[in-house]
Every structure is written in structure tokens, then in C-alpha cells.
Design a protein around this ligand. Structure first.
Ligand code: KG4
Ligand code: ZN
Length: 338
């Protein structure tokens, strides 16, 4: 089954063709990052406009690259939530038009389910059940993937997402948007003990986490140095902050693995590219005898191939939509409107 997959929830317009949920025939991405950089973050109106400009050309490019024709497309999958509403709407409207014109099923896919499914593309042998740490720009949660479309949220951030904090601290340190990757690079040459940063203690739900205190502490460290005219050791701020993020995530994942007994752990989302988190997860999992699935960096960030992968399993579960499909800025990974 060839699925034409569409992703436009933030600042990447992406169209992919994925066969049977596992084989990426092509994965075309038009990134808007350079456009938004001058503003230090994504400008929603610009994002929507650029999606409109790029999406038709990308779909044509996807067909051309695979040598397929429109008749070879068996279904259209699209990110319908969550994201910048104007941006998600562009993809949803394009996908509806494409599904109608091709007379094939339309499959709505939750963006975070897509991130999890990136692991199916990277690891053909991976099948649920498994535990997944989702760390993206807008989401941070520990999810039990009981089946391809059946999930349980064990814990989630109570305030900011990890990626959001990386971006904010990176921005104040003068790094270009999005700051996460630049923070990671800077951290390589830093001392992770130079600037003490807080680690949030487990609360009522031991799997929940908090990053806003850590973000504030990092920003205070930077501002304090500026106020007293002290030279800031930027690599060490980045390293100390990255270590604190990892120390917030990893012990909760370890506890979840121990308490659920899962022997497979997948990691998903843009922040899954972070080298400190990847290293710490690998070390912790090795001690527990747990198999870790860390997608290659290209599949950690936003792409349409992951939407095609999850779309296949949503289709098999009967989760298709009609022309009434709407886009949502927020929606739980379980499908509930928030
Ligand atoms: O999953 P994603 O591409 O988009 C969302 O669905 O949010 O995640 C983007 C986030 C951004 O906050 C970006 O700074 C962060 O992932 N990111 C990183 C790294 N690479 C990307 N954060 C830390 N270290 C990285 N190497
Ligand atoms: Zn994403």
C-alpha cells in the first residue's frame, strides 16, 4: 500500500511516499528555518503562507522522484493535530483535495504518534508493545505503546516541553533559532558541572516532570553574569543545562521501564537528537538490559515519512476520515480534544 503523507504542523513542509508503513520511497522536505531565523522563532502567518507555496510542488516532486503516478497512490495521510493551526490547516486541506481527486482514503495522523512511528522506519524489526520517551519542541512525555494505535500516557511535562527550553536558553545565549542543535554542539566542549542547575523532584505522579524551574535557573545564571560583568562560559552553560534536562528525563524513564517491565525503549521527537540524552539513555538501558531504539537524526525532527508510517497502522485500525476532517491546534495523543 503506497501512502502519500503530508506534514505541515510547524515550519517544515513535507511530503513523503511510504509503502506498507515501513519503506520510505521518498521523503521531501522544504524547511522554512532560514526564514524564521531572523525573528528568533516561528512566525505562524509566514509559516502558513510558505506551506501553501511549497506543498503542491513537493507532492509533484515526490511522485517524480519515485517514478510513481497518481494512480499508484492508495491513500493520503496527513498531520491533523497538534500544531500551529493555520499551518496544520494547509496540510489538511491539501490532503483532503488529494484524497478526493484520487478517490482514495484520507487518514488523519496525530503528529506525536508520527514521531513515535519514525522508529518503525528506522528499525524494521520494532513492533509494539514498547515504552517511548517523546521529547519534541512542544511535547515531553513517557508513553506506553501497547499497540500501533493504542497508547497510554505514563507521565508528561507539567509545564514547558524540553525542546522549548533548549530553544529559549539558546536564544538568550545568542544562538540562532532553533537553539536545541546549537546548544548540543556548544555543550560538547563545556563542563557540565560548572553551573549548578536544579533537577525537578518526582511529584504525585513520579513519571511527570517539570522544566520551567530549570529554564528560569538557566536564564538567571546568564542574566546574573551579564549584570555583574562576568564572562559567561557558554559551552559550560549549555553542558550544565543539557545534563539537567537529561537528569530530569532519564531517571523517570528508568523507573517506568522497571515498573512496567518493558524490555524495549524507543525515543522520539526533535530533542531525541540530543547527544547527552542519547548517551545517558544508552547507558541506563544497558544496565537494565533494555533494547534501545534511537532513530537517526534525520528521522528525529519533523518529516512526512513518519506520518506515512503511522498512517498505515491507523488505516489498518480503521481510522480514516471523511471530507469533514478538521485541523486542531491541540489534541491529546489519545485522540481527545484538550
Ligand atoms: O519534533 P520537532 O522537530 O518539532 C516538534 O514537533 O516540536 O522538535 C523540534 C525541537 C526544537 O525545540 C529543537 O531545538 C529541538 O527539537 N532539537 C534539539 C536538538 N535537535 C533539535 N534539542 C536538543 N538537542 C538537539 N540536538
Ligand atoms: Zn514534531
Amino acid at each position: 500500500m503506497n501512502i502519500l503523507a503530508v506534514e505541515s504542523s510547524c515550519d517544515e513542509t513535507a511530503v513523503a511516499i511510504v509503502r506498507d508503513g515501513r519503506q520510505v520511497l521518498t521523503d521531501c522536505i522544504a524547511s522554512q528555518v532560514e526564514l524564521h531565523k531572523v525573528y528568533g522563532g516561528v512566525v505562524p502567518e509566514i509559516a502558513s503562507r510558505k506551506h501553501v507555496e511549497a506543498i503542491y510542488g513537493l507532492a509533484d516532486q515526490a511522485l517524480a522522484e519515485t517514478g510513481l503516478t497518481r494512480a499508484d497512490i492508495d491513500a493520503v495521510a496527513v498531520t491533523y493535530a497538534p500544531g500551529l493551526i493555520g499551518a496544520v490547516l494547509v496540510g489538511v486541506n491539501f490532503a483532503k483535495a488529494a484524497a478526493m481527486a484520487l478517490d482514495v482514503p484520507l487518514i488523519p495522523v496525530h503528529h506525536i504518534r508520527g514521531h513515535i512511528a519514525a522508529n518503525y522506519l528506522a528499525f524494521p524489526e520494532l513492533k509494539p508493545p514498547f515504552l517511548c520517551l517523546v521529547v519534541s519542541g512542544g511535547h515531553t512525555m513517557i508513553v506506553e505503546v501497547a499497540d500501533y494505535t493504542k497508547m497510554r500516557i505514563l507521565g508528561t511535562t507539567l509545564d514547558d516541553a524540553a525542546g522549548e527550553c533548549f530553544d529559549k536558553v539558546g536564544r538568550v545565549l545568542g544562538m540562532p533559532y532553533p537553539g536545541g542543535a546549537a546548544m548540543d554542539r556548544a555543550a560538547q566542549s563545556g563542563d557540565d558541572t560548572r553551573y549548578p542547575m536544579p533537577r525537578s523532584k518526582p511529584g504525585a505522579n513520579p513519571y511527570d516532570m517539570s522544566f520551567s524551574g530549570l529554564k528560569t535557573a538557566a536564564l538567571n545564571t546568564i542574566h546574573h553574569a551579564q549584570q555583574v560583568g562576568e564572562e559567561l562560559d557558554i559551552p559550560s552553560v549549555a553542558a550544565s543545562f543539557s545534563a539537567a534536562v537529561s537528569d530530569t528525563l532519564v531517571p523517570r524513564v528508568v523507573r517506568a521501564l522497571e515498573e512496567t517491565g518493558h524490555k524495549k525503549l524507543a525515543v522520539a521527537g526533535g530533542v531525541a537528537a540530543n547527544s547527552r540524552i542519547r548517551g545517558d539513555i544508552l547507558k541506563a538501558a544497558e544496565k537494565l538490559g533494555v533494547q534501545v531504539y534511537l532513530p537517526p537524526l534525520k528521522l528525529c525532527g519533523d518529516n512526512a515519512a513518519m506520518i506515512g508510517a503511522q498512517g498505515y497502522y491507523e488505516y489498518l485500525a480503521g481510522n480514516t476520515a471523511g471530507m469533514e476532517l478538521n485541523a486542531y491546534a491541540t489534541k491529546s495523543i489519545l485522540g481527545e480534544t484538550i
